[in-house]
Design a protein around this ligand. Structure first.
Ligand SMILES: [Zn+2]
Length: 57
């Protein structure tokens, strides 16, 4: 069985998960674009965005 990997976009300042994306469809480059377009306020405020990895079987 193949496990699915997800990229978790987490904001260290807000202490909240901003998004969860299947790595099959979202490369890290794409994730970078998503952060810039959808989570821009956090970036603009200088929040520390962390990329976590979640694996589900
Ligand atoms: Zn934030």
């Amino acid at each position: 069985m193949v496990s699915t990997e997800y990229r978790i976009i987490y904001c260290n300042e807000c202490k909240q998960v901003l998004g969860r994306y299947n790595r099959k469809y979202f490369t890290d480059e794409r994730i970078g674009e998503v952060i810039q377009s959808h989570h821009r306020p956090h970036v603009r405020e200088g929040h520390e965005i962390e990329l976590l990895l979640e694996r589900r079987d």
